[in-house]
Design a binder for this molecule. Structure first.
Ligand code: ADP
Ligand code: MG
Length: 252
């Protein structure tokens, strides 16, 4: 095959997640105001924007825990939600991680990681062991969540979210609750693990520095709209307007 033919074949593969013209209003406020996005496996796409611009609402629509007014959501080219058709959240193969990643306090670490898993007890145990090894917590398999540090609990939450092999992982400011000392290490470990799994990641953050550190692609959001999207280098060096420039100017 020529390289042209190869690139054409590639461009016909649908994105892992595609969102088209998503709208959601509360009262007369258009909180999500025509958002379109595409994300690919093996990459981290950051949805970056100031507090209140509609990032979490966008994630909730994609996860299916809230419903858009109009617009479509596709996974691997298949429609999972529009205004008349809706696959429920638990059947979307989408993993979720939030800032307050509450583990189930009455279950062991193993029980938490196994929670969303189907299959035999032996299969579940194997997947739990595999993931705990990857996050460096094999020793904690029978521990209670409260016996672990914040950073360790975070890693259990990541293992739990990844255990069912989600096609897509949505992360809403997952590192905000961690103290600075821990954060860099956990960010890097999280990235390494996410890239090993065949998962496409949409990471929400309001911190430009975090997006520049973690993203392969950045979608810059403001007032419910994506105002610029592209590689971090381009977003940083060629901001679309003065507000975008100002948003990045605090970084040193
Ligand atoms: P972000 O995650 O970017 O900080 P959000 O998506 O949480 O922003 O919220 C965007 C705006 O939408 C905020 O002003 C918020 O108060 C409003 N909002 C979010 N959810 C609701 C809701 N269920 N009802 C009314 N307003 C909401
Ligand atoms: Mg939010």
């Amino acid at each position: 095959m020529t390289s042209k033919a190869t690139s054409e074949a590639k461009s016909q593969t649908p994105p892992r997640l595609e969102v088209k013209n998503l709208y959601r209003s509360f009262g007369d406020r258009n909180v999500v105001d025509g958002v379109s996005l595409a994300i690919e496996p093996g990459k981290v796409t950051c949805l970056l924007g100031p507090s209140g611009c509609g990032k979490s609402t966008t994630l909730r629509l994609i996860a299916g825990v809230d419903m858009q007014d109009t617009g479509e959501i596709y996974v691997d080219g298949n429609l999972i939600c529009d205004t008349v058709f809706r696959i429920p959240p638990e059947r979307r193969q989408i993993g979720l991680m939030f800032q307050d990643f509450a583990l189930f306090p009455h279950m062991s670490v193993a029980g938490n990681v196994a929670f969303g898993l189907a299959g035999s007890a032996v299969e579940k145990r194997a997947r739990v062991e595999e993931l705990l090894a990857k996050v460096g917590l094999s020793w904690a398999i029978d521990a209670a969540p409260h016996a672990l540090s914040g950073g360790e609990q975070q890693r259990v939450a990541l293992a739990r979210a990844l255990a069912p092999r989600p096609r897509i992982m949505l992360m809403d400011e997952p590192f905000s609750g961690l103290d600075n000392r821990l954060r860099d290490g956990i960010r890097d470990e999280t990235l390494a693990l996410l890239k090993e799994e065949d998962t496409a990641v949409l990471l929400v953050t309001h911190e430009p520095e975090e997006a520049l550190r973690m993203a392969d692609e950045i979608a810059l959001m403001r007032n419910g709209k994506i105002v610029q999207a592209g590689a971090p280098y381009n977003i940083y060096n060629a901001p679309v307007d003065r507000d975008a420039m100002a948003f990045f100017s605090d970084i040193n």
